[in-house]
Design a protein around this ligand. Structure first.
Ligand SMILES: Nc1ncnc2c1ncn2[C@@H]1O[C@H](COP(=O)(O)OP(=O)(O)OP(=O)(O)O)[C@@H](O)[C@H]1O
Length: 235
């Protein structure tokens, strides 16, 4: 059998703030195959973002092991983690973090200039349906369009993995669906392994696999035998 893209073994994470220790993850085991869409559900504070941040090299586990392809993330230095993020991971957050003084094209080009085998910015913007708007500044774009620019920026370096933390959290359903369509199209065309955290349980229907978190653990895993396209998801 092929090696999984991600292997997460017995991962725990605790945060110490003054005298208070918070156990954010209490033993996570997970394998993630190349090309999979994973949706992560669960109440606020259940550990979803903490796990994504560790898988994306933004944070380190307290104990346990995380492997991505042949990178042992849990034994990398800060510098090596920076290179891992730069070369392999695209991030999408609830807020788009675009640079307001740069056009859509320029926001994407910032990333392609430092990538090894990037797409052209126009190509990435075309994949999210925004080629016609590439000379527009963020303030001239709707929230959903700005999020699609952020997705174009994340995919332009051709990452193997996209980690999305509440990508539709600030959007109405119509624009949220366009954002999910962009993520599904990228998954299909580039085989990008994609993890999506959401509070919107309806989105589970676009996933290959749905993980539900509870109190720092994965309490349920469901493999979807049938998936819906984002346009058929109602919320
Ligand atoms: N940097 C930090 N310092 C201290 N505690 C933290 C830190 N980051 C997260 N936590 C705590 O760890 C727990 C898990 O947080 P996490 O953000 O992973 O949850 P979540 O499921 O993503 O929640 P949400 O859906 O609200 O984003 C929470 O109790 C949170 O307060």
């Amino acid at each position: 059998m092929a090696e999984p893209l991600f292997l997460v073994e017995n991962v725990t994470k605790s945060y110490q703030t003054g005298d208070v220790e918070v156990q954010a993850l209490r033993g996570i085991n997970l394998t993630l195959e190349g090309g999979e869409i994973l949706v992560l559900l669960g109440p606020s504070g259940s550990g979803k973002s903490t796990l994504l941040n560790i898988m994306g090299g933004l944070d380190q586990a307290t104990s346990g092991r995380v492997r991505f392809a042949d990178h042992e993330l849990t034994s990398l230095s800060e510098r090596q983690l920076t290179l891992y993020r730069r070369d392999h991971v695209g991030f999408v957050f609830q807020f788009y973090n675009l640079i307001p003084s740069l056009t859509a094209w320029e926001n994407v080009a910032l990333v392609t200039e430092i990538s090894r085998d990037p797409m052209k910015p126009g190509e990435a913007l075309e994949m999210v349906g925004l080629k016609e708007r590439m000379d527009h500044f963020p303030a001239q774009l709707s929230g959903g369009e700005q999020q699609r620019v952020a997705i174009a920026r994340a995919i332009a370096k051709r990452p193997e993995v996209m980690l999305c933390d509440e990508p539709t959290g600030a959007l109405d359903s119509k624009t949220g669906i366009l954002v999910l369509e962009a993520l599904c199209r990228i998954n299909e065309e580039l085989k990008t392994t994609t993890a999506i955290i959401t509070h919107n349980a309806a989105i589970r229907q676009i996933a290959h696999r749905v993980l539900t978190f509870h109190d720092g653990r994965i309490s349920e895993t469901v493999v979807n035998t049938e998936r819906l396209p984002p346009s058929s998801v109602v919320w």
